[in-house]
Design a protein around this ligand. Structure first.
Ligand SMILES: Cc1cc2nc3c(=O)[nH]c(=O)nc-3n(C[C@H](O)[C@H](O)[C@H](O)COP(=O)(O)OP(=O)(O)OC[C@H]3O[C@@H](n4cnc5c(N)ncnc54)[C@H](O)[C@@H]3O)c2cc1C
Length: 459
């Protein structure tokens, strides 16, 4: 309880309450996307699942809007609600690895950096976020795409059970055997049905070290590189993850002077098999060109998980969009190259992530996640430091996205987009799954209490 909140109490709450004017308030309401600047009435830093239930009950009884803060990496800024209560999970950091059962129980405030560090000593891993600061909560509930997805499926494909606090403050378990429809919905449907205080995930043995890194090419080689990568991925084994990234080469020592600080096309390589086998499998990629910069080397998985961390700094302005493609013909490659090699901001990225492998073998109706059969996920990701440059960066992102319209499936990846409206959320799932999710929402959250998310409406 703090002075700013004198006279108020949350019954049964044992964590810390932070209000406007309190020390740490600005830091606690901060988000990855600095474009979002919201001032909640109260930030309730939960210390237990019981605290989560207490905050939910309090917010409901006081009729105050509530948001849920996992890792704060949603580009929509959904974790923080203006003039409401933030149910802050960042204190829920418990992680228990069972190496014999190959399972991990991780609480709702754990980040991927923390999760990967806990499983690394056992050479076990599951598909996780590509930047360590991302919360396991928002990422897994939105399905969870990562470098290992072609080998192990999405994060949600490895979810065995979840402890959920519901909109009426009850503690329930969601699994194949307990509340199975809820379990279906939380594997892709986001935080619409309750607050997950703990996730039980299957983890898998992973080669240590594994082969990973990046091949960098100058923009004039981009078309040939993307076409070659596309053709290579048609028959690549599940072990091969990664993608193509249109980026600006970092001003780092390992980047040769001619491309340093200039737009480049990068082929990101991750290989989940033993490095010797990876050397052979990946040789067509590494020998194509050949690349002026080859940064592929054996490294531990925790290093793989930091490959793109420096390129995604906290606290920038962010405007993101994404779309699954049904095809990537040469004309589409030309469009990507034309836009991707002329970024407005040096921090902006355009990612092309291959589908296929394990994620595509999970039956389409097994989880709420929208579409598994797309060969490519395109992520248009603009990032810049100065709010004065917002207009031109947003226009750039929209232009590149619109130029790809002829090859879009109409399905988007909700983890990768900002607030693009309810129609876009619906289209991410398709009409049938969206209706099923709405029915589920009516059961678990008929008043749409959990609405600060990529929202599924109950009606
Ligand atoms: C730098 C960066 C890299 C990223 N890389 C990837 C990637 O590789 N793969 C990928 O799939 N996505 C990626 N994302 C997107 C990310 O997965 C989503 O933004 C996700 O929502 C972030 O989860 P969070 O817990 O950090 O976010 P938050 O902003 O805290 O939460 C996002 C949403 O999830 C809800 N939520 C969070 N935790 C819980 C919980 N325990 N119970 C119920 N609801 C909860 C929140 O209420 C909110 O609506 C990345 C984002 C960033 C900024």
């Amino acid at each position: 309880m703090t002075s700013m909140l004198a006279g108020r109490d949350i019954s049964g709450f044992s964590g810390q309450l932070i209000g406007p004017g309190d020390e740490g308030y600005d830091e606690a309401r901060g988000l990855f996307n600095a474009m979002i600047d919201r001032r909640p009435r109260l930030i309730a830093r939960c210390a237990s699942a019981a605290d989560v239930a207490a905050v939910i009950n309090f917010a409901r009884s006081e009729r105050v809007p509530m948001s849920v803060y996992g890792g704060g990496h949603s580009v929509t800024g959904a974790a923080v609600v203006e003039d409401g209560i933030v149910c802050d999970l960042r204190g829920l950091k418990g992680i228990h690895v069972d190496p014999d059962a190959r399972t991990v129980r991780a609480e709702g405030g754990v980040t991927w950096g923390e999760f990967d560090a806990a499983t690394a000593p056992y050479n076990l891993a599951v598909t996780g976020g590509r930047v360590p600061g991302t919360g396991i909560g928002g990422l897994a509930l939105g399905s969870g795409s990562g470098w290992l997805e072609r080998k192990f499926g999405f994060t949600c494909d490895n979810l065995l059970a979840a402890d959920v606090v519901t909109a009426d403050g009850r503690h329930v378990v969601a699994s194949e055997t307990e509340n199975p429809e809820l379990f279906w919905g939380i594997r892709g449907g986001g935080g619409n049905f309750g607050v997950v205080t703990a996730f039980k995930l299957r983890v898998h043995p992973l080669a240590n070290p594994m082969l990973a890194g990046m091949l960098l090419y100058p923009p004039e080689m981009a078309g040939g590189v993307v076409r070659h990568y596309r053709d290579f991925m048609r028959t690549a084994p599940d072990e091969v993850g990664g993608g193509v990234a249109f980026i600006t080469a970092p001003p780092a020592d390992f980047v040769p002077e001619p491309v340093r600080g200039h737009p480049v096309v990068g082929v990101i390589i991750t290989d989940a098999g033993p490095p010797e086998a990876g050397m052979e499998v990946l040789s067509p990629l590494r020998e194509f060109g050949p690349p002026p910069v080859d940064l592929v080397a054996p490294m531990p998985y925790v290093a793989v998980q930091r490959l793109i961390e420096a390129g995604n700094p906290h606290g920038m302005q962010n405007y993101w969009s994404a779309d699954f493609l049904f095809d990537l013909p040469d004309e589409a490659v030309d469009v990507l190259v034309q836009h991707g090699t002329h970024p407005v901001s040096p921090l902006s990225q355009m990612l092309l992530i291959p589908g296929g492998g394990a994620l595509s073998r999970v039956p389409e109706d097994a989880t709420a996640f929208g579409l598994r059969q797309s060969p490519w996920n395109t992520h248009f990701l603009s990032m810049w430091p100065d709010p004065a440059d917002s207009e031109q960066n947003i226009a750039y992102t929209r232009a590149i996205s619109a130029a790809m319209n002829p090859w879009k499936t109409g399905r988007t990846y909700l983890n990768f987009i900002g607030d693009e409206g309810v129609a876009r959320v619906q289209s991410a799932f398709g009409p049938e799954k969206y209706l099923r999710l709405q029915a589920l929402k009516r059961v678990w959250d008929p008043d749409n209490f959990f609405s600060h998310n990529q929202n599924i409406t109950p009606a």
